[in-house]
Write a protein that binds this ligand. Structure first.
Ligand code: FES
Length: 132
């Protein structure tokens, strides 16, 4: 687990988010899709006044398939080889083939409720290093 710093990017405002309804984002650039998600309670790595806002890459760390979000159990699921990641526990792998957890984007929320991404917990799939 190697924290990577990327440029700060405004993703949305807290008011734009509804609980358990992920918003599609791109961070740190257009080649890196992800989701921004407000959960029902405070969680690991959660930002904002309630500690419940998280963001993750949706590129599977195994081979880069696109993950889909399951609102039922707050997990991200891979249609490729069925790896599963827990959105309430920092992207921890629940089951699967990946050798790392799902990259979680580091968030900061300012006094106006604007949400910024500023880094990432692990390498995004396909990136050999911290380069844009
Ligand atoms: Fe997701 Fe293989 S690409 S499990």
């Amino acid at each position: 687990n190697a924290q990577l710093d990327y440029p700060s990017n405004r993703l949305a405002n807290i008011a734009d988010l509804a609980v358990n309804e992920p918003m599609d984002i791109e961070y740190p650039d257009a080649d890196s899709p992800g989701i921004l998600l407000k959960l029902g309670e405070a969680v690991e790595g959660g930002a904002g006044p309630d500690g419940n806002i998280v963001a993750y890459s949706v590129l599977c760390p195994h081979k880069g398939w696109y993950l889909t979000y399951s609102a039922e159990d707050r997990s991200l699921n891979c249609p490729g080889h069925f790896s599963r990641f827990d959105a309430e526990v920092g992207g921890q792998q629940i089951w699967g083939h990946a050798t790392q957890n799902l990259p979680q984007f580091t968030l900061r929320v300012d006094a106006k409720g604007d949400i910024y991404a500023e880094g990432c917990s692990d390498l995004i799939f396909g990136r050999p290093s911290n380069v844009l």
